[in-house]
Design a protein around this ligand. Structure first.
Ligand SMILES: *Cc1c(COP(=O)(O)O)cnc(C)c1O
Length: 367
């Protein structure tokens, strides 16, 4: 029998979450953001649940090719544009739309031979200071693109650094939004500004013809713990589950696992779960990280090791060898364990845990 750990990708949850993006921004078209292999879910596996999207946004040309192989004929946007000049050939061949965030990318376009002009998304650096033209250079970049025969339509994009919270104690998006509006007011073309957090929190303020729904598509909550999945009506699209493969009875003074980081102060029963950091479970999850056993809430104890972790069964007398353990996602009896709660306990975010699901974990797609 294989090790009992497995991951499930929930097609219905993906479709539901995507519909939530539509509800939140009813006038916008929705990019399902599927970079990083659909945030660890697998592009091919996630595709069925996300196919109602208006387009797919990603970074890797290889992932764009995989989408075309799935027979997706609609829009695909390369969020970081091309990494070298010859990437443009694939853009032409696969009809990829691409971001343009720097002068080099315009130079490559100017030298590119193509029969069909490209649709590009000109990116403004409105304050995030990762990619995009500075406010001073933005208009010049637009004029350059507008003069190129290789360019068809120019859309406008920017990215918020703090749509999920406040920024320096003030409104998280106001300064970037004002700058974008000022610089683009008289320019034609569609706009794309909103990530998940902006789509959920700021849709009424942000004119975004295309919203970019990443984490919310997978049921992750961009502003957890201020809000949770129930608040935004999002459903976990990934479940990581395993089983108890041993139990131990502890006496006061007994310790658990490497480094003896946990010491029992009373008689306890613990379960050993077939899941460790080599499966993608965060090693930094401390004692007290939430977990479900047969759908009932309990916590981890001691350090996470490569292939195993331990959970407290003291208050769960029914739990035994073979009991089902939900590390995150949808548990039995309709109980969910948000990936964000596990991530928070481990000092990270749900995004990182999804993306880090290890290759050795068998994955199946379910409804
Ligand atoms: C990843 C990404 C998104 C999606 O962000 P979420 O927070 O996951 O919704 C949107 N826009 C750009 C440019 C991105 O790189």
């Amino acid at each position: 029998m294989p090790r009992p750990i497995e991951a499930l990708i929930h097609t219905t949850a993906l479709a539901h979450n995507l519909a939530r993006a539509r509800d939140s921004a009813p006038d916008a078209k929705v990019w399902a953001v599927v970079k990083a292999d659909a945030y660890g879910h697998g592009i091919e596996r996630a595709f069925e649940g996300l196919r109602a999207a208006d387009g797919f946004a990603l970074l890797d040309l290889d992932e764009a090719q995989r989408l075309r192989k799935l027979d997706w004929r609609g829009p695909i946007l390369l969020l970081e544009g091309c990494f070298e000049a010859r990437d443009l050939e694939l853009c032409s061949r696969l009809k990829l739309w691409h971001a343009v965030h720097c002068e080099q990318q315009i130079d490559w376009l100017a030298m590119h031979k193509t029969h069909e002009p490209h649709r590009v998304f000109l990116k403004l650096n409105s304050g995030m200071n990762r990619l995009g033209f500075t406010p001073a250079a933005f208009r010049g970049a637009w004029n350059r693109l507008n003069a190129l025969p290789q360019v068809d339509e120019i859309s406008l994009m920017t990215h918020f650094s703090d749509a999920d919270a406040q920024r320096l104690g003030q409104d998280g998006i106001a300064h970037q939004l004002a700058l974008f509006d000022e610089l683009t007011a008289d320019l034609p073309g569609e706009r794309s500004l909103a990530n998940s957090a902006a789509t959920l929190r700021h849709a009424t303020r942000v004119r975004s013809d295309w919203v970019r729904a990443g984490i919310m598509s997978y049921g992750g909550v961009p502003d957890f713990p201020e809000h949770d999945d129930a608040h935004w009506d999002l459903r976990p699209a990934m479940t990581l589950r395993s089983k108890i493969i041993a139990t131990q009875n502890l006496q006061p003074g007994d310790t658990v696992g490497y480094g003896s980081s946990f010491t029992a102060d009373k008689p306890m029963r613990i379960g050993i779960v077939a899941c460790g950091y080599a499966d993608g479970y965060p090693r930094h999850a401390p004692t007290g990280t939430p977990v479900l056993v047969d759908g009932l809430a309990t916590t981890t104890v001691g350090r996470v090791s490569m292939d195993m972790l331990s959970v407290d069964l003291t208050a769960l007398p029914e739990a035994r060898f073979g009991s089902e353990v939900t590390l995150w996602g949808q548990g039995p009896r309709g109980r969910n364990l948000p990936i964000d709660a596990v991530a928070r306990s481990a000092g990270t975010i749900g995004y990182e845990l999804m993306c880090a699901l290890a290759r050795r974990v068998p994955v199946s797609t379910v409804d």
